[in-house]
Ligand binder design. Sequence first.
Ligand code: NMX
Ligand code: MLT
Length: 439
Amino acid sequence: MDKLKEKFGIISAPIAQQIKDLVKDHGSQIIGQYSIEQVYHGMKGMIGMVTETSKLDAEEGIRFRGYSIPELREKLPKAPGGSEPLPEGIFYLMLIGELPSEEDVREVSNNWARRSNVPKHVFDMLDKMPLSTHPMTQFSMAILALQTESVFAAAYRKGISKKQYWDPMYEDVMNLIARLPRVAAYIYRRIYKNNVHIEPDPKLDWAANFAHMLGFDEPDFFRLMRLYLTLHVDHEGGNVSAHATHLVGSALSDAYYALSAGMDGLAGPLHGLANQEVVRWILDLKKYYGGGIPSKEQIEEYIHRTLDEGKVVPGYGHAVLRKTDPRFVAQNEFAKKYMPDDELFKIVEILYQVVPEILKSTGKIKNPWPNVDAHSGVLLIHYGLVEYDFYTVLFGVSRAIGVLTSLLWDRALNTPIERPGSVTTEWMLSQIKKVQPAN
Ligand code: NMX
Ligand code: MLT
């Protein structure tokens, strides 16, 4: 058994028992109330699940196992000579609950490299798809095509005790994370680089190898990928991609089915696809005013146009956050260091000055501040990764780490099938009448 798997088995068993006891002893304790508005408005603020890997605070932003993004940028192991954390480290932290050593991270890197071979039928399937198929559609289909490899599905079919579910799930989670960069790079090079592919370099870490297979070998791009793939991993359990993965997995669908569902959710423009929409919107804005950097007044006018057309300003707002997203801040710091004179970065800076005030003035937007997607695209464009339809795949490769880690914990904790209740509006009206009888 590999060392990480052994460690996970050892630490997860007592936690599973602790949760069993907690529910047995305190299961009837009331922890909240919710309103009709919350039921109609996407269950915002209702506690409906437990996710161990990260927790979001509306004011402060995300913490992974208690660590904020600035703390992790400082504390997580880095590549030799590197300045940004390795995503292998945040995976270890979310899985095991403690900061990894350099050695732990190297082992995760080697483990993923050993598992990274993608079966030929996945590429054959992709090759049959029209080139115009959105990269996220191809990504989700490729994840499903990989399902032939599910160790969990095979073990379940053979017959396996509930207590052992986590074991084959560990194999699926590790194999899937290991293979995603190769799959994503294949999609990118097939669509945008004449189907000319680049072999992996097993000497590189997971993020740098991904960058290499995409065709970007500059050290600064490696740095960006390590940061990007660390920042996007997880955002507690209720966001669409995490919740979809958890929900589908709760039926004991294997990691491939569950992640594919999560990625289908990430492909929505109100969720992960917002990163491509931001770039599309900024490029349209530039074009509308004849190129270059539009003036502050022009940008304000364009934002009002967008709102008047009944559209959202992509990259701004959040269902939970009520301050600037610390993932935006981390990317902003990166841009200030590596591309201070970049034209698109300067537009992002002006947007940061003007969008919040305009959104606030509408009186209805709960969070006028930028989220993670307001920044990521311009960093990629700077290094030549200009094909913005692909950006959500990058988000997905990273998000897979968080949602699959949670899925593994779900199996270790024997989380039951998810099945919330639903009601009709007629039922809701009958409840209102009970409280306010007609006079
Ligand atoms: N531009 C214009 N209108 C907005 C925006 C925005 N950026 N954000 C919220 N609103 C509107 C929203 O559409 C709603 O309008 P209405 O009452 O007419 O239906 C109203 O403001 C209240 O919405 P909120 O309660 O503030 O936001 P909600 O929690 O429903 O939605 C988002 C959160 C993130 C979906 C929303 O802010 C949005 O659509 N933002 C733009 C898309 C985006 O950047 N998504 C990425 C989120 C991060 N991620 O990667 O997933
Ligand atoms: C995410 O990273 O999932 C987004 O910020 C959306 C969310 O948290 O709801």
